[in-house]
Design a protein around this ligand. Structure first.
Ligand SMILES: Cc1cc2nc3c(=O)[nH]c(=O)nc-3n(C[C@H](O)[C@H](O)[C@H](O)COP(=O)(O)OP(=O)(O)OC[C@H]3O[C@@H](n4cnc5c(N)ncnc54)[C@H](O)[C@@H]3O)c2cc1C
Length: 487
């Protein structure tokens, strides 16, 4: 028999009914249909206890590379979520271990009536969720999952395309335009318990993780520029939404990859695959580590990689520049190597967005105008002719005059001495000669494309605001296709 407390609530006991909402990627109270479903279940189980859980997944850590800044972002996000949940009379329970064993434990001990979560389509997550689903099914526990990480359910888009993944960006846009409006967002959860919350028998257990517990080497942490958590994300979003001119005129190609303050929102940290062209990339650990550690000798590239390592976020077009440089532009190294480095260092690292964008930039899928090679010299000059961005991230070069800062190896020795930075001693010489190598690589790309034909183009819609790299200029002769920021 359950004891009823003076407010009419059952006393907490291990056998009290429990509803679990499992937080994974969507660490938020807004637009969270799975959390809403969990809270609604409490209406039918008036004495039940809601346990919003997060599992610090020891297996996941083995699968993904996570750098120090990313760990800090997670710790921030969990702390913010816990704070918001506490303001609603509940809290976050952080379990530790592999999810299957944690659910075995929960199903045995918590009298679970419902488990809700947001669907995650990443391969590791899909496998994990099938196992947890099976466990729940065997225990006779209901599971409800919802799509809210992406605007559309991937399967809905696939169905629009005869169950095939779209292989070009134009095709993707076509599929999306046929899919209609995405579902409207859901309001935030503002109430959990209609009466006073049940007591928490585990109040001293399942506490938030700390950086120390996660073995984060604090010396590797960059400045705390982008704190994690829903509160900060909403603050950023609200701030951007007040900038009406920015929003109504926004075109990504016209934003700056090298502004001192970000020129886009930095909202990205807060939300097998496809057929990709087989290109005979080189294996070159020396070049790869020079690129990853910002030692290529091209200041624009090295400054971007330094910002990434220190701060965990770089502008989209800066990602273009370094991804093109690593792959088809200069170093001829596989996009998969670049993807791994980004996965470790980006706060917004996402398996699909990362892989998809890397395939795009390396012209391995979606984007095929491989003759448009970003120049590691000219591209950055367009938005930052004085090289302020380079001066900030590569202070060694801070004293170089603007006309040499993008290519300091061309400065006379007297200028190098006056700037206090001798090229080849204090800062590396370029590891490749871009002017020559990008032409060699164009030929290699040409050969690779001849081996595997591009997918046929048929009935692709014309978009008036297509970004420059998406323009279809197949009718323009090859030699005339270069543009100023390219090659
Ligand atoms: C090689 C490469 C790897 C990338 N890896 C990732 C990744 O792992 N995770 C990630 O979130 N983005 C990735 N991007 C996409 C893009 O660079 C970032 O989403 C964007 O720069 C984030 O900054 P922002 O929030 O200021 O963007 P804004 O310009 O303010 O855009 C608003 C939001 O739109 C979404 N968005 C914008 N551009 C893209 C895009 N090209 N693809 C998908 N979503 C986009 C993001 O959620 C972003 O927060 C990658 C791009 C490249 C070229």
């Amino acid at each position: 028999m359950r004891k009823i407390n003076p407010q009419g609530r059952a006393q907490m006991s291990q056998k009290q009914a429990t509803v679990i909402h499992w937080f994974r990627k969507g660490l938020r109270l807004h637009d969270n249909p799975a959390l809403i479903a969990a809270v609604e279940k409490l209406d039918t189980l008036p004495s039940a206890h809601l346990r919003p859980i997060f599992i610090l997944d020891t297996k996941l850590v083995e699968t993904y590379r996570v750098g120090a800044n990313r760990w800090r972002f997670l710790v921030d996000s969990l702390a913010d979520l816990d704070k918001s949940l506490r303001s609603l009379g509940t809290r976050l329970y952080v379990l530790r271990g592999d999810p299957v064993s944690q659910f075995k434990f929960a199903l045995k001990n918590w009298n679970v009536k419902l488990i809700t979560y947001e669907t995650d389509t990443e391969p590791y997550a899909r496998k994990r969720d099938v196992e947890v689903f099976k466990l729940a099914e065997e225990a006779g526990v209901e599971v409800k999952y919802f799509f809210s990480h992406t605007l559309y359910e991937p399967i809905v888009l696939l169905r629009q395309n005869k169950s095939e993944a779209p292989k070009t960006y134009q095709k993707f846009l076509d599929v999306v335009s046929k899919a209609g409006e995405p579902p409207a967002s859901k309001v935030a959860v503002t109430e959990v318990y209609k009466q006073s919350p049940p007591k928490d028998p585990d109040k001293d257990k399942y506490q938030l993780p700390t950086l120390r517990e996660l073995h984060v080497d604090e010396s590797k942490l960059g400045p705390h520029l982008y704190p994690g958590g829903e509160t900060e994300a909403l603050r950023r979003l609200t701030q951007v939404m007040t900038r009406k001119t920015y929003i109504s005129n926004f075109e990504k190609p016209n934003t700056s990859p090298n502004s001192i303050e970000p020129s886009t929102t930095v909202l990205s940290p807060d939300p097998n695959l496809l057929i990709c062209k087989q290109i005979d990339w080189d294996v070159n650990p020396e070049y790869l580590s020079a690129w990853a550690e910002g030692r290529t000798g091209y200041p624009f590239i090295d400054a971007i990689m330094t910002q990434l390592r220190k701060e965990g976020w770089i502008h989209h077009l800066a990602r273009h520049a370094v991804a093109c440089f690593l792959t088809r532009g200069d170093l001829w190294i596989s996009w998969e190597e670049g993807q791994l480095v980004f996965e470790e260092l980006l706060l917004d690292a996402d398996v699909y967005l990362n892989a998809g964008n890397w395939m795009w930039l390396s012209a391995s899928a979606f984007f095929h105008q491989y003759y448009r090679v970003y120049s590691p010299i000219v591209f950055g000059k367009k938005t930052d002719p004085h090289g302020e961005y380079i001066r900030k991230y590569l202070p060694k070069l801070a004293k170089y005059p603007p006309n040499y800062i993008y290519e300091p190896w061309t400065a006379p020795m007297s200028v190098q001495k006056a700037a206090g930075c001798i090229i080849g001693t204090d800062y590396p010489k370029p590891i490749v000669d871009h002017a020559k190598i990008h032409k060699v690589n164009l030929q290699r790309m040409n050969a690779a494309y001849k081996k595997v034909p591009s997918p046929p183009k048929k009935n692709t819609p014309k978009f008036t605001r297509a970004s420059r790299e998406d323009d279809d200029d197949s009718s323009v002769p090859f030699a005339k296709k270069f543009r100023s920021e390219f090659c």
